[in-house]
Design a binder for this molecule. Structure first.
Ligand code: FES
Length: 371
């Protein structure tokens, strides 16, 4: 044997033995060989477990892991032994597999929890809080920078610039107030704007002073009540003369449904219908999508946006979804030629609810109208 070979043998003897399940000796992390010494030291904030209790816990953890081992073996045996083929055999197999796997996972989980809580040291962690305020020098620097910037901008020195800038900014502050008027707030000055959301063109008349006819959306064809006679039928309808007025259509589009008389329930205002034909606003009362999916058998109107569902046979009451109130019903009748016409405007605002709606609806309820 040479000298070199002798040196190599000595080096091998100094290497600690590798323990299964631990990091290799000599790694940069806390090595297995270093850990026990570190744990024994009196480190601030670290409380070692009582050794007697830790030993008892160790035995319990070992028992849990043994149970896991046995249950895992039972799982494999069950898989092989209990064959499926009939409902009874499948049930027995499922029971055996499920129970053994449950016990195996439970044993492992309980063992790990006891290990961590009763054997490993406890740490008290404290995070230091630092003062939030900036240092005095930093605040002085910021103040000086601000003043220097103000002087350089000429805001103080150039009065003309300063005054015209303030003049320009003042009306901008009022812009949000002006926009609020569009929200139909009856308590704000300028109540003439209130009609913008509360009313639709159905309350208007033709040039000849006649009520507006209902016409089919797309074709503009007026609807004769006698022709719309098959129960379960539905039409999308707009006011005559406004077929191309998108602002008007945004609030005035309707769905027209034909019922058998016995199908109509108490929620429908009967004197607003004609021969089983009922008209509802098509604008969903949630956030305003067109609610035009109709299920003939159940009489449900469905809004595709968030699935609000309305019972068309019962005043379009909400039966599902986020909408908070029924689709408003439009009073309709027929003119001398038998065409469907509006008796007047909706009694309640159409479309999404908004913040001052309470006033409008209370007013209608007092009058005994639909709310
Ligand atoms: S807009 Fe109709 S459910 Fe939301």
């Amino acid at each position: 044997m040479t000298d070199n070979e002798h040196e190599i043998e000595q080096a091998d003897e100094r290497v600690p033995k590798r323990v299964i399940g631990t990091p290799a000796p000599g790694t940069s992390m806390l090595g297995a060989a270093e850990a026990p010494e570190a744990a024994e030291e009196d480190v601030p904030g670290v409380t070692l477990q009582d050794e007697a209790k830790a030993r008892k816990a160790e035995r319990i953890v070992a028992l849990c892991f043994t149970i896991t081992f046995l249950a895992s073996i039972a799982f494999i045996v069950s898989y092989v032994y209990f064959q499926v083929g009939s409902p009874e055999a499948t049930g027995t197999s499922n029971l055996a597999l499920g129970s053994s796997l449950t016990i195996a996972i439970l044993g492992l989980a309980v063992g790990i929890v006891i290990w961590v809580r009763q054997i490993m040291p406890k740490y008290s962690l404290v995070q230091e809080r630092h003062p939030m305020a900036s240092a005095e020098e930093d605040r002085e620097v910021v103040g000086e920078t601000f003043l220097r910037g103000a002087n350089e901008s000429g805001f103080v020195k150039r009065k003309l610039l300063r005054r015209t800038l303030l003049l320009a900014a003042a009306p901008l502050g009022l812009v949000p107030l002006v926009l609020l008027r569009d929200l139909d707030n009856s308590k704000m000055p300028g109540a003439k704007f209130n009609s913008m959301l509360r009313h639709t063109v159905w309350g208007e008349k033709t040039k000849e002073g006649k009520p507006l006819r209902l016409v089919v959306e797309g074709t503009g064809q007026p609807i004769r009540a006698a022709d719309f006679n098959s129960p379960g039928g539905i039409l999308s309808v707009v006011p005559e003369g406004y077929q191309h007025d998108l602002n008007a259509l945004a609030k005035a589009t309707l769905i027209l449904i034909k019922f058998r008389p016995e199908e109509i329930k108490s929620g429908v205002r009967q004197n607003w219908t004609h021969d089983g034909i009922v008209a509802y606003s098509k604008i969903c009362t949630h956030v305003g999508c067109p609610a035009a999916l109709y299920e003939q058998n159940t009489h449900h109107i469905l809004c595709p946006c968030h699935q609000s569902t309305f019972d068309a046979a019962d005043g379009a009451k909400v039966i599902f979804g986020p909408a908070a109130r029924p689709l408003p019903q439009l009073p309709i009748t027929v003119d001398a030629e038998g065409y469907l016409i509006a008796q007047g405007d909706f009694e309640v605002p159409v479309g999404p609810s908004y913040w001052e709606r309470g006033d409008a609806e209370a007013e209608v309820r007092e009058k005994g109208g639909q709310a």
